[in-house]
Design a protein around this ligand. Structure first.
Ligand code: SAM
Length: 233
């Protein structure tokens, strides 16, 4: 990547960070409406597939307002959970809800953790926003222990034409409209754009492999609108 491209990506990442800081206080409310509350079920499935064991050190990266942390704690009360996000406003909300968790203000491009720190790492609806995905994956690989697993839960574009058509109508028109009424239209216009630019399965898998991960397992939900990937170091 050239110096200019790198600079452009960093600027884009800063804008995304600012956007999440701006919508933090409305995030939980709108998330429930816009996902028809299905997102909590997707998190449950992702955590089940993460194979978390008693005593595991688990990092929830891009933890946002803490929904994933709460569910991990519910399913695995004996795990040691850490939360990290680059939006301090999101972290403050999570901290108010779950105050006995260690938190870090952290950018996925440059994590403030030592090599091989965690047994498991989860990232729900955050990876899409990482502007340099190859670098992000390298960081995830670095902080996970050998034999450890990473779970990325993400909104993806259905590859089936019919589903993709209805999905487009909802995502391109309805979502920015509803988001605009209650929060920021710009932010809820960014959401479909980021999903549409997300790599397709083949490219996505290749990026994960290039970061060094093995035993990569894909699970799609809602006709491909949601993808969970489990990868092992
Ligand atoms: C859509 S929210 C998801 C929050 C939460 N994981 C959930 O399941 O509701 C995306 C979160 O990713 C965070 N995020 C985006 N890019 C990030 C990055 N490069 N490093 C760390 N956090 C990031 C945002 O600040 C935001 O809190």
């Amino acid at each position: 990547m050239s110096y200019n491209e790198n600079l452009k990506e960093q600027e884009q990442s800063k804008k995304i960070q600012e956007m999440f800081n701006n919508i933090a206080d409305k995030y939980d409310f709108l998330n429930g409406i816009l996902s028809f509350d299905l997102d909590s079920n997707w998190r449950k499935v992702a955590i089940r597939l993460s194979d978390i064991k008693n005593g595991h050190k688990v990092l929830d990266l891009a933890c946002g307002t803490g929904d994933m942390i709460a569910e991990i704690h519910k399913q695995h009360p004996d795990a040691f959970i850490y939360g990290a996000d680059f939006s301090v406003n999101m972290l403050h909300i999570s901290q108010k809800k779950l105050n006995n968790i260690p938190y870090a203000a952290a950018d996925a491009h440059n994590l403030p953790f030592k090599d091989c720190s965690f047994d498991r790492l989860t990232m729900a609806f955050g990876f899409r926003n990482v502007t340099d995905k190859a670098r992000g994956l390298t960081e995830l690989y670095r902080v996970i222990k050998p034999g450890g697993k990473v779970c990325i839960l993400e909104l993806t574009r259905p590859e089936n034409k019919i589903t993709s058509f209805f999905y487009k109508i909802y995502f391109m028109y309805m979502l920015p409209f509803i988001g605009g009424i209650f929060s920021s239209r710009k932010a809820y216009k960014y959401l479909p754009d980021s999903v549409y630019h997300f790599p397709k399965r083949k490219e996505y898998k290749q990026m994960i492999e290039e970061a060094g991960f093995k035993n990569i397992y894909f699970k799609t939900l809602v006709f491909g609108a949601v993808t969970i990937v489990i990868m092992e170091k």
